[in-house]
Design a protein around this ligand. Structure first.
Ligand SMILES: [Fe+2]
Length: 341
């Protein structure tokens, strides 16, 4: 898929928040991808994703290669994170219409797009990626870029600050790879008409709202298996905030009645109680179910807390994964392996 050494870009990504890798995909992958893109655009446009003047279709990796693994390994190296922590939250073909606005407003990608990786497929002359990597870098807390824009009052729009900010304009060519902090860097495609991109989005926090990571189904199946097992087995696993969780909220109606709820992507409010909220807040990606229950400092007895974990897991609010050896035990194993110790 890629024909570069990802280590070359680690330093730049850490300091600048973006990298541009000219001809970053192999000719073989480019040829396959360009063919797929033409076919997708002809057949399977995702109407529900049509946003303004660009159309999107979900991308399927070609048969016969471990592309997701290669993508995850390369991105992990560039970002300096553990490949096991990376979730693929989007794989979309984006095709801009022939009458797309030449100077659209900047946007930030959805919260799940911690890393946005674009592969340029067709780029007409004058079509460029404009970004503001050094200013106004708060993370978009919403799981859509439209929601962020709509959340601003008239006098809180980012444009005044962006007009004074340092701009980077990337003149990308077909086969180039651009990777950047999508959910925190304002960006836009200038003169986008007839541009086609493949966008792959990833994050390190188990977030896959649209269910586009091929590994999300198996994780749900594994979770179902764990909650069907006995309490000891359940307690030894590590709970994560579920991949499809969009947000958790505490809602006050206008009579100040309070209700706590979880909203899975595209779904309605699902009520949880105070103790379930405490359990969710105690999840840190390392603690086991037993440790989470202990940290939530039970107002509910252990048996009740386990029922809650089962209920939240069955609903997709929690995913369960196997416990990884802790850092200290990895360190201890490394020390033990050093000759002479
Ligand atoms: Fe974007």
């Amino acid at each position: 898929m890629f024909n570069f050494d990802p280590r070359t870009y680690t330093k730049q990504y850490a300091s600048e928040g973006f990298v541009h890798i000219p001809s970053g995909v192999t000719e073989g992958f480019y040829a396959k991808m360009a063919k797929q893109v033409s076919e997708y655009l002809a057949k399977s446009l995702m109407k529900e994703f049509a946003i303004g003047d660009k159309q999107q279709a979900k991308y399927e990796f070609p048969e016969g290669g471990d592309y997701v693994n290669e993508l995850v390994q390369s991105v992990a190296t560039i970002c300096g994170v553990d490949p096991k922590s990376l979730v693929l939250s989007e794989r979309h073909i984006k095709a801009y219409d022939s009458d797309a606005k030449p100077n659209p407003l900047a946007h930030k990608d959805r919260f799940a797009s911690e890393v946005s990786l674009g592969i340029s497929v067709h780029v007409p002359a004058g079509s460029t990626l404009v970004m503001y990597p050094y200013d106004e870098n708060e993370i978009n807390p919403f799981n859509s870029s439209t929601q962020l824009r709509l959340s601003f009052a008239g006098d809180r729009q980012p444009e005044p600050a962006l007009s004074a900010a340092r701009v980077v304009e990337i003149n990308d060519k077909p086969g180039d790879v651009v990777m950047f902090r999508g959910h925190s860097i304002w960006h836009l495609r200038r003169n986008p008409a007839n541009t086609t991109m493949l966008y792959l989005k990833l994050n390190t926090f188990n977030c896959d709202p649209l269910g586009e990571d091929p590994r999300t189904g198996p994780i749900r199946a594994f979770t179902a298996q764990v909650i069907a097992g006995d309490d000891d087995q359940l307690q030894a696993h590590v709970p994560l905030v579920g991949r499809r969780v969009d947000y958790v909220h505490r809602l006050y109606n206008r009579d100040w009645r309070e209700v706590i709820g979880v909203v899975l992507w595209g779904e309605q409010h699902f009520t949880i109680d105070d103790h379930e909220l405490k359990l969710l807040q105690a999840i840190d990606g390392r603690r086991t179910v037993a440790e989470v229950i202990q940290a939530a400092n039970g107002s509910a007895p252990r048996g009740e807390a386990l029922k809650m974990i089962r209920r939240l897991s069955a609903r997709g609010v929690v995913d369960l994964v196997e416990a990884q050896p802790s850092r200290s035990s990895i360190r201890a194993a490394e020390m033990a392996a050093v000759p002479g110790r």
